[in-house]
Design a protein around this ligand. Structure first.
Ligand code: FMN
Length: 197
């Protein structure tokens, strides 16, 4: 169905032995079952993301921004997306540098699009990471979704790639319903009136 929203799920951590792909795979299953999305998972571990940015800001460079060849698939996925889910752990009360670098290499790709969060970590379930992401994505004119999924102490809360909490799928559905609503509303708005910059 071509009226499905293009959803890009970003795996934010790139560490050896990371949990991120497990959480992202479960979220992708939930999104496919939801039915409102065409789902693509983008794993930042497979992307060339240098820490050193070009001289000019991507905000002003537009199409001519000189990104590395190994970033092209990421840029294209972000460009074509109607909505995002960021799957993030918490590192020192924030989110991983890999995710920040991927965000900073882009600008218009985030504009007037909705972003939801699935986080995990110790006692706080990655909520410190999400608070920082909400702040950063506001600067990029993205719209962050109210409901998020947070998995505290995920190492005891998941088994065989699935959360043990029987309510988790229901929480995911609520998040995805909100994300789908915003994806449709914002796509229609972007198509109707150019976003003021
Ligand atoms: C550098 C580093 C810092 C961390 N800091 C926190 C933290 O502040 N709060 C927390 O809940 N967990 C923290 N953790 C634990 C991570 O949430 C946990 O290791 C998680 O598996 C990391 O996600 P990943 O496996 O996808 O890399 C930290 C882990 C690392 C590697």
């Amino acid at each position: 169905m071509d009226n499905k929203h293009k959803l890009v799920i970003v795996v934010g951590s790139v560490r050896e032995g990371r949990f991120g792909p497990v959480a992202a795979s479960w979220v992708a299953d939930q999104a496919r079952r939801h039915g409102g999305f065409e789902v693509e998972v983008v794993d930042l571990a497979e992307v060339e993301i240098p820490l050193a940015l070009p001289a000019e800001s991507p905000k002003y460079a537009g199409e001519s921004y000189p990104r590395p060849a190994g970033m092209a698939a990421l840029t294209s996925a972000l460009e074509g997306a109607d909505a995002f889910v960021m799957v993030t752990p918490e590192y020192n009360h924030s989110y991983p540098a890999s995710l920040k670098a991927a965000i900073d290499w882009h600008f218009t790709q985030w504009t007037a699009k909705p972003v939801a969060f699935v986080s995990y970590g110790g006692a706080a379930g990655g909520r410190h990471a999400v608070l920082h992401l909400e702040n950063v994505l506001t600067e990029l004119h993205a719209v962050t979704i109210r409901d998020g999924l947070a998995f505290p102490n995920y190492y005891t809360a998941w088994q065989d790639g699935l959360p043990l909490d029987p309510e988790a799928s229901g929480y995911a559905k609520t998040l995805l319903d909100q994300l789908a609503w915003w994806a449709g509303a914002l796509r229609s708005a972007r198509e109707t009136v150019p976003y003021p910059s």
